[in-house]
Design a protein around this ligand. Structure first.
Ligand code: GDP
Ligand code: MG
Length: 326
């Protein structure tokens, strides 16, 4: 009906009729961009300030895991990243004494505040990884830990009286330490990254990059498609050109951890904290946790009664293919 009135009506009848509004099109109209300056200030841009206030009030969680053989500088690097003693370092490092028989997983929480914003940081250490003679399947306890955190979150999420803010213990980022001496990835490195990239964001780093020669560094670069960050960690400060900087003193001079001519620590720090922290959290939630959740809810039917997470409440969710972290 294009004209609005049927053609058979008389003139009299027509004069009494108030024209009907035209039927609205079913398709939503494209939003038209309006220059709000012309019409006066609305206040849309205050959302940024509102979000900022909210983050200031609630703070945020960030959970970072470190994996790699003992002595590669994991604790030192995490302390360097957050400029504080967030990971315990053995005071006099003794390889023999420190190595546990199996992979242990230890989570230590801290609150770090900067500019009025509180970060609840949890550092998850995995001493013992890769330290045994036979390191077959030593990634398993780590994968188990990561999945246990997803399970905890899922249990909270499906609870009828669920909390407004579910405590987030999920691992948002896993720094994987590659030995600087191997010239390339060892089978253990490949195994770990192959299995764990399905469940967590992995950022590979070449540890103790100050111990590599330039040739070794470029050899590593040629072998890998994308170079893992070659990093140096330190908790000692030195005076360089009138400024105090974190560095390592060597017979050839001071290696400054934040100097890009010396190592790629600053790139790693910028990526993990300054540009992609929110992204790491979102990928954890939207991809890794979502994959776990879909699989878990689908599998639930197979669990014995009582152990079932949900009973019969939720319908099965289609499983999404396992995405890998970039
Ligand atoms: P973890 O066992 O992997 O946690 O290693 P630690 O952080 O406890 O460090 C082990 C030893 O390596 C300590 O003596 C550190 O001072 C030293 N270390 C840490 N980071 C570096 C680095 O980037 N370069 C060098 N040359 N030594 C480092
Ligand atoms: Mg350590």
């Amino acid at each position: 009906m294009s004209k609005g009135f049927p053609e058979t009506r008389t003139d009299a009848a027509m004069s009494e009729l108030v024209p009907e509004p035209r039927p609205k099109p079913a398709v939503p109209m494209k939003p038209v961009s309006i220059n709000s300056n012309l019409l006066g200030y609305i206040g849309i841009d205050t959302i940024i300030e509102q979000m900022r206030k909210k983050t200031m009030k609630t703070g945020f969680d960030f959970n970072i895991m470190v994996v790699g053989q003992s002595g590669l500088g994991k604790s030192t690097l995490v302390n360097t990243l957050f400029k504080s003693q967030v990971s315990r370092k053995a005071s006099s490092w003794n390889r023999e004494e420190k190595i546990p028989k199996t992979v242990e997983i230890k989570a230590i929480g801290h609150v770090i505040e900067e500019g009025g914003v509180k970060m609840k940081l949890t550092v998850i250490d995995t001493p013992g990884f890769g330290d045994q003679i036979n390191n077959e399947n030593c990634w398993e306890p780590i994968e188990k830990y990561i999945n246990e955190q997803y399970e905890k979150f899922l249990k909270e999420e499906v609870n009828i009286a669920r909390k407004k803010r579910i405590p987030d213990t999920r691992v948002h980022c896993c720094l994987y330490f590659i030995s600087p001496t191997g010239h390339s990835l060892r089978p253990l490195d490949l195994e770990f990254m192959k299995h764990l990239s399905k469940v967590v964001n992995i950022i590979p780093v070449i540890a103790k990059a100050d111990t590599m020669t330039l040739e070794e560094k470029s050899e590593f670069k040629q072998r890998q498609e994308s170079m893992p960050f070659a990093v140096v960690g330190s908790d000692k400060e030195y005076q360089v050109n009138g400024k105090r900087v974190l560095g390592r003193k060597t017979p050839w001079g001071i290696i400054e951890v934040e100097n890009l001519n010396h190592c790629e620590f600053a790139l790693l720090r910028d990526f993990v904290i300054r540009t992609h922290l929110q992204d790491l959290k979102e990928v954890t939630h939207n991809i890794h946790y979502e994959t776990y959740r879909a699989k878990r809810l689908n599998d639930n039917g197979g669990l014995p009664p009582g152990e079932g997470l949900l009973g019969t409440v939720l319908p099965p969710v289609p499983a999404t293919p396992c995405p890998t972290a970039e």
